[in-house]
Design a protein around this ligand. Structure first.
Ligand SMILES: [Zn+2]
Ligand SMILES: [Zn+2]
Length: 339
């Protein structure tokens, strides 16, 4: 039986450890993917640190995967061995439950959970995925460069296209980091008047080079007041991982504005007076389905949106993870696995 290598978390709070295993056989609805690259995402800390109830170990993290189909289960239709594919956070959908039938497959009632969280992910040479989770990846996209588009990319792209703003509307990208550096590119290319918001001026030049029309230093100025001075934001895409920072910018919403929460920060306090008088809203956003990932890849390719990455070999996944958690990576961290 052929062997695979994986970087495994054996227990909550444990280090990523190299293991050799048998390559798994795909179930009837699954594909076995030979992994070329996998992004390292802040959400991987749910598994590594055990910050989510009910997780099972050992577990292989990783939900920004690009590779090629090596084998298919007997009942898979529409895919063939050798095809380039990706897998994101979305773990698949049944297609027949109430939510799937209404176009909300992200909330499938039968297939719950997420890649690299409740099933093994892409910190490995091989992984299994349900066929309904597979993403077509164009040949022209490089695996290492593009892997982060399958989480950081889709999440910002999809939140922006569902935020209620139209071309020319004021949209703030809160946080210029792993998510935000992509969010700025997508917002500008989707036609919004794009304002980047970050602490300090370090990232201003970069944010402007990525397409931001304006920049707010949230350490030196009240970001809510600054957005109000510009007329109020139609949407704020909150990518930060700090609840206090998110609360401080919520008052920058304009009439009918929406705060799109995509950073996981736990409990959030928002002044109701900042919402009701303006008919403003706070809304969570799930990254998206396999089809949303394909839209993200196609849009990125057509409009030159790229992720800035630091690349590590698979066996250095622990160093890669530590670098990501340090907050110092510019801006995403990617494991180069194979070819
Ligand atoms: Zn992620
Ligand atoms: Zn379903």
């Amino acid at each position: 039986m052929s062997k695979m290598r994986a970087m495994v978390v054996r227990e909550a709070g444990g280090k990523l450890q190299l293991e050799e295993r048998d390559v798994p056989q795909p179930g009837s609805q699954e594909a076995c993917i030979r992994v070329h690259a996998c992004g390292v995402c802040h959400s991987d800390s749910f598994v590594v640190e055990g910050h989510m109830p009910g997780l099972a170990y050992p577990r292989i993290p990783g939900h920004e995967v690009i590779g090629v189909i090596e084998a298919l289960g007997a009942e898979v239709r529409g895919w063939k061995a050798g095809q380039r594919v990706g897998v994101g956070w979305f773990g698949g959908a049944c297609g027949y439950c109430g939510h799937c039938r209404r176009g909300d497959g992200f909330a499938c009632e039968n297939i719950r959970g997420a890649t690299g969280i409740t099933r093994d992910g892409g910190y490995a040479t091989h992984m299994l995925a349900l066929a309904s989770a597979l993403v077509h990846v164009p040949d022209s996209l490089d695996a290492v460069e593009s892997a982060p588009l399958l989480c950081a990319g889709i999440t910002t792209f999809n939140a922006l296209r569902n935020c209620g703003a139209g071309p020319g509307d004021l949209v703030a990208i809160h946080g210029v980091g792993g998510l935000g550096h992509l969010g700025v590119q997508f917002a500008a290319r989707q036609g919004f008047r794009t304002v980047a918001v970050n602490r300090g001026r370090d990232k201003e030049a970069l944010a402007r080079s990525l397409g931001a029309h304006d920049y707010i230093d949230s350490a030196a100025t009240d970001p809510a007041a600054a957005l109000q001075a510009m007329g109020g934001a139609k949407a704020i895409i909150a990518t930060v991982t700090n609840a206090a920072a998110m609360q401080a910018i919520a008052g920058g919403l304009g009439v009918n504005g929406t705060l799109m929460v995509i950073g996981a920060v736990g409990a959030l306090t928002v002044d109701s007076l900042n919402l009701l008088g303006k008919r403003a809203a706070v809304k969570g956003w799930y990254s998206g389905t396999a089809a949303d990932s394909e839209d993200t890849l196609a849009f990125s390719r057509q409009n030159g949106v790229t992720s800035m990455n630091e690349v590590f070999p698979l066996e250095e996944a622990q160093a890669a993870y530590d670098r990501m958690m340090s907050g110092k990576a510019r801006f995403r961290v990617v494991l180069k696995v194979g070819s």
